[in-house]
Design a protein around this ligand. Structure first.
Ligand code: NAD
Length: 357
């Protein structure tokens, strides 16, 4: 089988995790070219990966001219996802684009339309779809454990964890914890609950704590290498309700900073027959022989960060090289997620429920 040649655009924090995942399947894919507006970053990555300097670019439009490249992996700031993906698709490359798909639903739709027009594969980096915990929950659901899941309560809140840098600059990120963290848990629950169509949302955002400095011994999240920025013009807390066409609802809390005891990443699912709570483990709530039962799975269900990325990248390569592979995280789901996020931000701005069409 032909070895895929990959170009990675955006050579910062997450691209290193992607690169490691490609290295794990070195017989099927190789990192052929790199691109970052910050040349030093790409050069140091190129040195680590053994990519020659003549294949290091600062302009995506130049990189995608390389006819040898089969696929492009977009790991830039959110504001460049659409431009880089569209440039790559139009140059005939397949694309994996990190989450969130874009800055808004209009950009996301253009990306999807471009992929369709150019007949290329566009996959979105919804990495939580590939975790052990998701596999377990999907299997349980298939076996009828939950009955109908009609409500999910998902929480991705940090006590003192604004990443700062471009993440807190709306022009580059598109928003705060809702678009950065909320996207993971909203997608996770929507995917588990059957990918229903959202019909309306209600959201509220707060800007109370901003980029507050790290407090000694606060524990929890520590800032990434997102660069320095004096700007903090995104929300620090977002809460919302999302209603779907089958009547199910997701309630979401996402925060960079919140005066609570510790960082949280809880997702609770409530079905007509059983329920589940996903933290670092999966706990199930059900009943048996007339008794209420709580069960903790004796199976590795903590989210394996590197393992999930390895599965995501392997799946990307499969989608391109193995005929008939059905994409686990297609562009269509990225568009729907952006519609939900746009609606929540609009609702927060206007104070009203927003319909999603
Ligand atoms: N799936 C996950 O769990 C996960 C985790 C972290 C980040 N991410 C996503 O990955 C993306 C990158 O995040 P990060 O933490 O690695 O950020 P980062 O700042 O560490 O790296 C991003 C890089 O993109 C470069 N860049 C920006 N615009 C560019 C352009 N037009 N062309 C070429 N390069 C450009 C920047 O110079 C920077 O080096 C974001 O979209 C983020 O949401 C996903």
């Amino acid at each position: 089988m032909k070895k895929l040649k990959i170009g990675i655009i955006g050579n910062g924090g997450i691209s290193g995790i992607h690169a490691r995942a490609y290295s794990a399947i070195a017989d099927r894919a190789e990192i052929y070219a790199l691109c970052d507006i910050n040349r030093e970053r790409s050069l140091s990555m190129a040195k680590r990966l053994g990519v020659p300097e003549e294949r290091v670019f600062t302009d995506v439009h130049q990189m995608v001219k390389l006819s040898e490249i089969d696929a492009v992996d977009v790991c830039t700031w959110n504001c460049a996802h659409a431009e880089c993906s569209i440039a790559a698709l139009e140059a005939g490359k397949n694309v994996l684009c990190e989450k969130p798909m874009a800055m808004n639903a209009d950009q996301a739709k253009k990306m999807k339309e471009t992929a369709e027009r150019c007949g290329k594969h566009l996959q979105i980096g919804f990495v939580r779809r590939y975790g052990n915990d998701m596999e377990v929950l999907k299997n349980l659901d298939r076996e009828g454990f939950f009955g109908e899941i009609y409500y999910a309560k998902v929480n991705y809140t940090r006590r003192n964890g604004s990443p700062g840098g471009w993440y807190s600059d709306a022009a580059r990120s598109g928003g705060g914890p809702l678009i950065d963290l909320g996207v993971h848990v909203i997608d996770y629950s929507r995917y588990l609950m059957g990918n229903h169509r959202p019909v309306s949302v209600y959201g509220v955002t707060f800007e109370k704590l901003g980029n507050r400095p790290k407090i000694k011994k606060a524990g929890g999240y520590s800032a990434s290498d997102a660069g320095k920025s004096d700007v903090f013009n995104v929300e620090d807390l977002a809460v919302g309700m999302i209603r779907f066409d089958n009547g199910s609802v997701i309630s979401i809390d996402a925060a960079y900073s919140l005066n609570q005891r510790e960082d949280k990443g809880d997702m609770e699912f409530f079905g007509t027959r059983g329920g589940a709570k996903v933290t670092n483990s999966v706990e199930l709530f059900s009943s048996q022989s007339g008794y209420m039962t709580n069960t903790v799975l004796d199976y590795p269900t903590d989210f394996d960060f590197n393992g999930a990325f390895a599965s995501e990248i392997r799946h990307f390569v499969d989608c391109i090289t193995v005929p008939g592979t059905e994409c686990i995280a297609p562009a269509e789901d990225g568009v729907v997620l952006m519609q939900i996020l746009d609606g929540l931000y609009e609702s927060a701005r206007t104070g009203h429920e927003v319909e999603i069409r």
